[in-house]
Ligand binder design. Structure first.
Ligand code: PXL
Length: 276
């Protein structure tokens, strides 16, 4: 049976992030992907100015109510960038109405990076996002989001494996089953991820690193998360799915740098889709 996913993120017209990343990546592994857009923007809010922004909150409940009448089963529910903290309540209602006990709930908190909330994200988001993480099977925060979710100060560049271990355990205590923290780096040459699963019965996360490129790469959190979920939907265990996602994200950045493409348009994940 073909698998089906529901991706709930913003739609940014230009700048390869959120739905314009999730949809092609999940489609590339043969997953029938439905979408519910949380907001419509002309570009992402990272390196552009003058972007438009339409909060689609008033559409979420009617869309959910209609889809609920169709009796669909989703193998995965994948949420990302939300227009506001208040939208979390509607996302929780979506989970109640559109998901069942077999749906893998995969949450990319997608509200902050480099120590700061994204420019349009309100202060209520971390506390609200904690509620959504509590319903998730898998959460994939970056280091900044992990700190916000745990109400700890952003550690900047000064942290060690002990702190990341604490973060992973703290995030599992929020009640997710699997945690992958991205953007973990203990040296200027390398960056990577920390993975901890409740089912592994381990107390310490596993770390995976790749060489680090200089620069800010917009949308790579979404690219990594979408590749990781694609692997899970191909029935890969968490660690190999995460490792392949790390490799493919790394290669997407490499292509972008090699061709000298402007970084604000996101990375060339299209180049690696055939490797899935
Ligand atoms: O990639 C995360 C993201 C998603 N959507 C929008 C964003 C960002 C990051 O800046 O601005 C609209």
């Amino acid at each position: 049976m073909q698998k089906r996913a529901l991706a709930v993120h913003d739609l940014s017209c230009v700048g390869r992030c959120s739905l314009t990343v999730a949809l092609p990546i999940l489609s590339a592994v043969g997953v029938n992907t439905a979408v519910i857009p949380t907001a419509l923007l002309s570009t992402h809010t990272g390196e552009f100015t003058g972007y438009t922004h339409l909060d689609l909150s008033d559409q979420l409940s009617p869309i959910t109510a209609h889809l609920a009448t169709l009796g669909l089963h989703f193998d995965a529910f994948y949420s990302g960038y939300l227009a506001s903290g208040a939208q979390v309540e509607q996302i929780l209602s979506m989970l109640d109405q559109l998901c069942d006990s077999e749906t893998h709930i995969f949450v990319d908190p997608a509200f902050a990076d480099h120590g700061r909330r994204y420019s349009l994200i309100d202060e209520s988001m971390p506390a609200q996002m904690r509620r959504l993480c509590a319903r998730a099977n898998t959460i994939v925060p970056n280091l900044t989001e992990a700190a916000f979710l745990l109400d700890r100060p952003y550690p900047g560049e000064h942290y060690d494996r002990t702190l990341i271990g604490d973060y992973c355990r703290g995030l599992l205590d929020l009640s997710a089953e699997n945690v992958i923290i991205t953007d973990v780096s203990f040296s200027p040459e390398e960056t990577g991820i920390a993975i901890l699963s409740r089912s592994s019965q381990q107390n310490e996360p596993e770390f995976l690193f790749r060489s680090k490129f200089d620069g800010v790469f917009h949308g790579t959190g979404d690219v990594f998360a979408s590749f990781a979920l694609a692997g899970l939907l191909q029935d890969m265990p968490l660690k190999p799915a995460a490792e392949r996602a790390l490799d493919l994200t790394h290669e997407s950045i490499e292509w972008t740098l090699r061709e000298g493409q402007p970084l604000r348009y996101g990375v060339q994940f299209e180049r690696v889709l055939k490797k899935l």
